[in-house]
Design a protein around this ligand. Sequence first.
Ligand code: AQP
Length: 333
Amino acid sequence: NNRVFSGIQPSGVPTLGNYLGAIRNWVPMQDTHECIFCVVDLHAITVWQDPQELARQTREMAAALIACGLDPKRCILFLQSHVHAHTRLAWIFNCVARIGWLNRMTQFKDKAGKDREAASAGLYVYPNLMAADILTYHATKVPVGDDQKQHLELANDIAQKFNHDYGVDFFPTIEPLIQGVAARVMSLRDGTKKMSKSDPSDQSRININDDHDAIALKIRRAKTDPEPLPESEAGLEGRPEARNLVGILAAITGETHAGVLRHHGGKGFGAFKEVLAEALVAHLDPIRTEMNRLLQDPGALDAALRLGADRADAIATPICEEAERLVGFLPRR
Ligand code: AQP
């Protein structure tokens, strides 16, 4: 099949990283694939979320996705907590996945920080829920940023072990679709850390609803080294901040890194940053305007999400129930 599944956490406003690494690539897939896109609120609470903020951010995320070009008529767009098959299948996967597999997940180590014992159990089993998100639709194509590759490999290990343990050929193999020049956008404050919506510093990221002034200021303050831009890609070696800014402009203009450097090599960062800020403002402005418009009518937004949940349920629940039957659970009659 050519069913696509992808999700995004409502842990803040989507960043330029989420946009370039994920959302933007989802838009054209609506014409070529059967697309299922999910605001993964269950994943968001693996770290603390203020309830009111979570509710607000969930609506904002839905509005942002539609503003970026996801069309609730051409894709299935819904909230994860509305479709119970995700958690039902995740429990089964908690019992299929091995602790040793989870221990190898680098994102857990990054997100849990130094005090690993104090991290939530949910954060630890997060990849099992992610496997359920995808597999309860028998989706085979998963467009994600480079940072999610390890979780997809784990999802395939779970699918294989389930099939093997229960002697069936039930769950398909998942294929990661990693695309774009800027598959990984880095923090504006530290070129070795990825840009994140939950980073405590707002200066570390561009939010897709940042206005002209915010974008200009953040780009002007972005960390750089004192050297001018190199003339060729080799000159970006060992200069993560320079590489990141070049990569962002390349992704926005559709050029390669080399192409950007052909145009701007030799410039100081002051001049380059002005070009970059202007390109970002021009690209993000219509998205911000549309997002704000959508947020003014929460009733319409909620209705679109309800419809999405109904359509998602219709696919997910029968697959989940078949998995439960294979495990040996009696159906409720
Ligand atoms: N910096 C990034 N560059 C490229 N792609 C990125 N993605 C995230 N950050 C970058 C991609 O965005 C999709 C949705 O991510 P998510 O919300 O499920 O969680 P995340 O990967 O943990 O994203 P954040 O922004 O870092 O959120 P928080 O701060 O809450 O953890 C994924 O496809 C991801 O690859």
